[in-house]
Design a binder for this molecule. Sequence first.
Ligand SMILES: Cc1cc2nc3c(=O)[nH]c(=O)nc-3n(C[C@H](O)[C@H](O)[C@H](O)COP(=O)(O)O)c2cc1C
Ligand SMILES: CC(C)CC(=O)C(=O)O
Length: 368
Amino acid sequence: MTADSGDAPTVLSELREKAGTRLDPVHRDFFEGGADAEIALAENERAFRRLALLPRILRGSGPADTAVTLLGDRAALPVFVSPTAFQRLAHPDGELATARATAAAGTVLITSMASTTAVAEVTAAARAVRADAAVWFQLYLQPSPEVTDALVRRAERAGCGALVVTADSPVFGHRARDDRNGFHDLPAGFAAENMRDLPGAPQGGTLDIAMSPGLSWDDLRRLRAATRLPIVLKGVLHPDDARRAADEGVAALLVSNHGGRQLDAAPATVEALPAVVAAVGDRLPVLLDGGVRSGSDVVIALALGATAVGVGRPVLWGLAAEGEAGVARVLEQLRAEVAHVLTLCGARDSGDLTRDQVVVRGLGVAEC
Ligand SMILES: Cc1cc2nc3c(=O)[nH]c(=O)nc-3n(C[C@H](O)[C@H](O)[C@H](O)COP(=O)(O)O)c2cc1C
Ligand SMILES: CC(C)CC(=O)C(=O)O
């Protein structure tokens, strides 16, 4: 490693390394891996490194304020926790540890439909820490409307504040590492708890999560009619889909390529973001996840028009390395870095950032 390689150890990279030593190698591959040749996975991170921030000076901006509002919920930092499956494989406390740490940090938790803890327990753990903790439920629309409805009722009863519909998974991505390791089922003693006792499930058992290429905007419209919860659409990359989603009454968009785990030829999310913001940024909040590893990455995405960004793997690294305390460290580190970078950019808050402050490295700076 050379001094100018940009690979100096950080809190997050150290947690990642520690997680790597603690995890069963098969589970580490499941958490770390991406689809096919893992190009989208690598590019999510690399694309941030191809971008630079042009700071503004002498603006008297004072101390930075990192808080943002997300669908009416106040978040103390512009970073939320993206949904990741099977967290009890990372740490025995699993989703409960993530829920507590996220609530304590004062930001939004998106809990996965594929969690190894039932959603009602996740929201209860978050609310025990902070009465108004925001927990949103990630949903894969199921081919059976009865099953989808039962999941929605479960999320509503648990007090979730939004449904995050993942739309980038008409089929399951091809994960070479999992194939090599033969990892296709949860080990004994673990289950996708939200899938228990659903219509069609075996008595006391769980239903498999189905991915369906037959899903369409009609299914999203049906969901909207069946719930009063706001809907966040996850996995938007094409600006025309962003426009369609806004027309359909979706409350927010999440620009995501599923952390490089679905379409390997998908662009890095930060490269897809500007066109989506240009299409609908004046109509609804645009969120992003994929490859966010530092406060600079967060601020770059905010300057490009994102309202907030999500982290998936960094939370899993913290969880696997140190449980609840590790997740807390990840979120606090990102909060502190965002505050620092905002101040260095002459911005009091994300509203002070402008699109022209993001430039592509190696191309020089265009006249504004
Ligand atoms: C191990 C793992 C499990 C995931 N499980 C889900 C899931 O259940 N539902 C979902 O919508 N996205 C899931 N994702 C995608 C994340 O929500 C998110 O889009 C992605 O992790 C963001 O990229 P990052 O890991 O680089 O931060 C998963 C990602 C990982 C790494
Ligand atoms: C087990 C899957 C349903 C979770 C997922 O979305 C993923 O692994 O990327």
